[in-house]
Design a protein around this ligand. Structure first.
Ligand SMILES: Nc1ncnc2c1ncn2[C@@H]1O[C@H](COP(=O)(O)OS(=O)(=O)O)[C@@H](OP(=O)(O)O)[C@H]1O
Length: 672
């Protein structure tokens, strides 16, 4: 039988101790107390294990308490210190799901000359806590629908695109909604554009337009006009997709992180044409004026930064003389060129601009720029779109106003030649990609008030900073009704601009959702409108804009041009000092305000220009008097005398003055 373990241990211990050269008493002690030693050892082991277990559980409880405390501390601070708005943004950002984007481009009827592409995109988005797949299907407006060889390409553009509706369709579950612009809704219900009731700029659309599609199919390597190289078309595409979600989030991060944001004072506003840009200019002027910020104003007291030439840093007054340490705001008309603008403005400058629906825009442009070669002979906009566009000559000066003016203002080529629809898609995608890279925010004229709220948040300004009266608006008498088919033709003619508009209309609403949310937007728009109504009551004698013939103060007369009647305002009598100053600034037209700021920034130069203008004026008067006398003398002998004074009058209109605006030939002669 084998010995028990305790006995064998005892034997082993006795054996070990007997081997040691130690004393017999140790041996005796160990051998006689081996049992109690064994029990003691066991007890110590159990005790150690118990202590260890206790220690571990104590530690984990402590950690839990600590993390709970930390969490509580964070949220306590958030709740206490974060203003409601920022907190809501913070909450929104925290609850944002990462968008899942699947793209799918299916070519239908490939190989056929009537190629069509179904562009579809599925975005899984969280709506009211649920994942709802949103399928966007756009019939691509640049679809090639030419019958082979039958229609000349240029003509086909208008025919094809006029017959197509470049609107996106969004499917949300079972709901189908026609997207696009508010105009399209107005067009559908009323059939015309001209009536004011159709010109509704809804305070908030029921559902925002979704992402328009500007996707690529293959890779090419090329350079954008801004000098950025796009190694593949896909990179342009992904850039624009990324920016839908990522960019606005990154834009609001600093505000969220600090819980209080710092107002931005370094600003570039690309002033596009006929987009409500004069109203925004007035906002920027008042903001900078009241804080003594410096403006990058046009050289030699011009009203524009030598538009339509590409912007160059030396177009700015004071840049060569180093009169200022830095410029804060640049906002006059220019043709954008990133590198040159960056050479003038500080690195942390905020870039933004505004777009308008090309349909409404062209109706406005046609009236305002009626004298440009493209429109000169056209009896109406319809006449131009049906007939005169055949003879549209891109090389004649000022004709750029007639087509894709937004694309032109952003610094890109506005001419559409014999490109295939695929080539045009690439162009549009590159343009969008470059704009998204260069600009932090693109506003939409049709949603002017919402735009102001987005701007307020982006710049961290107050509501009062963004209040304005509508400037540079036409009298109803010079607005024209457009038919549905005319609107379609305009979209087709301005196809590049139309694509920009679709894209940035969608990103605008996505940004609203990400940063502010619809409800908050509704509330803030309401406050803005309320404030504007209060100010109108205080400041305006007639409650609103009046025709220029009714404007009493000659200094507040808006600049008149083309066939448009541009309205102005009268101030209420008896306003006290500061109120009068504020009211006056709110209604000061662009040219006058630019002069005021120029005089403030460059008093000596302004005095010199004034003197020079006076001299030129008197010389001109003398000259024209002499000229008239000579003509009169000639008239006595000739039947052509009638043409004399008229000719002189026309010349006067075209002569360069500080008050001139929008016309290139006058600028040509003054190019620095
Ligand atoms: N607040 C607001 N909301 C909506 N629309 C507005 C606003 N302010 C100006 N406008 C309209 O913008 C048109 C003038 O645009 P611009 O000032 O950019 O013109 S310009 O290029 O500087 O000449 C001009 O459009 P039309 O009237 O159709 O010509 C203005 O009525």
């Amino acid at each position: 039988m084998p010995a028990s373990p305790r006995k064998s241990t005892k034997r082993a211990l006795c054996l070990i101790t007997s081997c040691l050269p130690c004393t017999s008493w140790l041996r005796g002690v160990l051998c006689s107390h081996i049992q109690s030693l064994w029990i003691g050892l066991m007890a110590i082991t159990v005790l150690c294990v118990a202590i260890q277990i206790l220690g571990v559980s104590w530690q984990s409880r402590n950690e839990k308490n600590l993390s709970d405390k930390l969490l509580n501390v964070r949220f306590t601070i958030d709740f206490q210190n974060m203003p409601t708005m920022e907190y809501q943004i913070w909450e929104r950002l925290r609850s944002l799901p990462a968008p899942v984007i699947e793209e799918e481009v299916t070519s239908l009827e490939e190989g056929d000359s009537r190629q069509q592409f179904e562009w579809s995109k599925t975005i899984a988005e969280r709506r009211d806590g649920r994942e709802v797949p949103v399928k966007i299907v756009t019939e691509h407006p640049l679809t090639n629908n030419f019958s082979k060889g039958k229609v000349p390409r240029k003509e086909a553009w208008v025919k094809l695109l006029a017959s197509k509706e470049s609107r996106s369709k969004v499917t949300m579950g079972n709901d189908q909604q026609l997207l696009g612009v508010p105009w399209s809704v107005a067009l559908r219900s009323e059939g015309t554009l001209g009536h004011p009731a159709n010109r509704v700029y809804p305070t908030l659309p029921q559902k925002p337009p979704s992402t328009p599609i500007t996707y690529q199919r293959e890779s090419t390597k090329s350079h954008t006009p801004h000098g950025t190289t796009s190694s593949s078309i896909h990179s342009v595409h992904s850039n624009s997709i990324d920016s839908l979600a990522a960019r606005p989030i990154s834009a609001v991060k600093p505000e969220v992180a600090t819980s209080t944001c710092r107002p931005k004072n370094h600003i570039v506003f690309l002033k596009t044409h006929k987009t409500a840009s004069s109203t925004i200019l007035n906002i920027l002027y008042r903001y900078g004026d009241s804080r003594n910020l410096t403006f990058a104003l046009p050289l030699n007291q011009h009203s524009q930064l030598f538009y339509p030439y590409f912007f160059a840093s030396h177009f700015v007054e004071g840049i060569r003389s180093h009169s200022f340490k830095e410029f804060h705001i640049m906002c006059n008309h220019m043709r954008f060129r990133k590198t040159e603008v960056r050479a003038v403005m500080p690195q942390d400058t905020f870039y933004f601009s505004i777009l308008r629906n090309p349909v409404a825009m062209m109706e406005s442009i046609f009236i305002y720029y009626k004298s440009i070669p493209a429109f000169h002979k056209a009896k109406s906009l319809d006449d131009f779109l049906n007939n005169s566009w055949h003879s549209y000559n891109t090389s004649l000066s000022n004709n750029h106003y007639a087509r894709n003016i937004l694309t032109f203002d952003f610094g890109f080529d506005n001419i559409v030649g014999a490109e295939t629809p695929e080539e045009l898609e690439i162009r549009v995608a590159r343009t969008i990609g470059a704009i998204e890279q260069d600009f932090h925010l693109i506003l939409i004229s049709e949603y002017f008030d919402e735009s102001m709220i987005l701007l307020k948040h982006a710049l961290c300004w107050s509501l009062d900073d963004l209040v304005s009266f509508r400037l540079n608006s036409r009298s109803e008498r010079t607005r024209h009704t457009l038919s549905l088919s005319t609107a379609d033709k305009i979209r087709a003619w301005n196809n590049l601009d139309w694509q920009l508009y679709l894209h940035f209309n969608a990103t605008f609403w996505r940004r609203v959702d990400i940063t502010i949310g619809r409800e908050e937007m509704r509330q803030q728009v309401f406050l803005l409108q309320e404030r504007r109504a209060q100010l109108a009551k205080t400041c305006l004698r007639d409650g609103g804009a009046v025709d220029p013939s009714q404007v009493k103060d000659a200094g507040l007369q808006p600049f008149q041009y083309g066939a448009a009647i541009i309205q102005g305002y009268n101030l209420n009598p008896g306003l006290d000092g500061p109120t009068k100053t504020l009211c006056q600034k709110l209604i000061t037209p662009e040219l006058q305000y630019t002069d005021i700021l120029y005089t403030k920034q460059f008093p000596e130069l302004a005095a010199k220009h004034k003197l020079a203008a006076k001299l030129a004026n008197s010389q001109r008067q003398n000259g024209s008097a002499k000229f008239s006398q000579n003509r009169l003398r000639e008239a006595r002998h000739s039947r052509t005398a009638r043409n004399g004074p008229r000719h002189v009058q026309n010349q006067n209109i075209l002569l360069p003055t500080a008050q001139t605006k929008h016309i290139a030939p006058r600028i040509d002669r003054n190019l620095p």
